[in-house]
Design a binder for this molecule. Sequence first.
Ligand code: SF4
Ligand code: SF4
Ligand code: SF4
Length: 366
Amino acid sequence: MTRQALTLALLLAGWLAVPHGAQGQPGPPPPVEAAAPVGGPTDSAAPPAPDAAAADDPWGFEDGEAEDAKVETIGDILRPQLMDVSLTVAFLSFALVSFFLKSKPLKYVTLVMAVGYLGIMKSQLVSITDLFRLVDMSFPSVRDGVTWYVFTGFTVVSTALFGRVYCGRICAFGAFTQLMDATLPARLRVEPPRWLEKRASYVKYGLLLATVVYYMATKHFAVYRYVEPFWMYTRSADVVLWSMLATLLVATVFVRNLYCRFLCPVGATLGLISLATVFGIKRWSECKSCKICQKTCEWGAIEGPRIIKAECVRCDDCERVYADQSKCPHWLIPIIRQKKIAEATAAGRPVPQFIPLDRVQGGKGG
Ligand code: SF4
Ligand code: SF4
Ligand code: SF4
């Protein structure tokens, strides 16, 4: 081998041995506009900075040793996020407890916590940007996104199991409008007629479809700011967005939960998932003719005996009536019958005949 060939071989071997900047972070970095507002942590860590020591170690021996020493454990990944994950899990657990206990006071405590903690402190809400992530198959890295996975996973699973529990007490925007509704004078409210309410509830599905299709066609990530007002917790927007938000909130004074019922694409998505609800709301056979719960529901989610799962946010209002033995005819009918039989017997009159209870109270249905 000539001297030039030996030199060339050595140079080639050296080039192969030196690392050449493999940028191993899949997926695009989040758009700048997306980083500030809602939807949890941003994805993708920045590629590692070039190591100055590499210049002194072109054969990469030290790099190899350093990489061995830097192997991360699950503990290393979780430790910096532990507080955030723990608080989120604690809040979600509290929300579930309030849901299972069907407690009105606990529900309002949950709503206040949702606004204060998830909204004002963290600005964390499930957002249509999460659907954009699904479209792009680009999710946050576990390294800094454990809370996002816990929060989003909880939302999807709880919706499939129980319906839109997320909308009923966890979403910081829905919680805000529910608190508005609870504190503003009822006389300000305008109840849209049932036919209009029903048709308007489809608008959110159209908005969901249009926004996702628009994003797929344009990749214009910041469009989310025009279809959902969740950015309000970041307190960062231009005059057009603030004007839109002000208009929405003023309208919400008169039409309760206006955005949630008619416009929210996330609510529409969760509504579609909730069609598969495993543990739905039970109904008595008396519900076929009784309208008490239908009048009680503020979400237009009861039609005769039927619960419209996609609209129901599991607010508990009808379930409290369902269990109330002083209000629900299912419990009252036997008591009234017993009373009439006792009165007739005491007065020596013929005992009144009723339709057998097992035919009236035939069963329950989800
Ligand atoms: S409908 Fe939308 S804004 Fe309303 S509670 Fe659900 S996710 Fe939140
Ligand atoms: S009050 Fe009782 S019977 Fe009437 S709709 Fe509600 S659960 Fe059914
Ligand atoms: S009152 Fe309406 S929204 Fe609330 S749990 Fe019952 S059906 Fe669902």
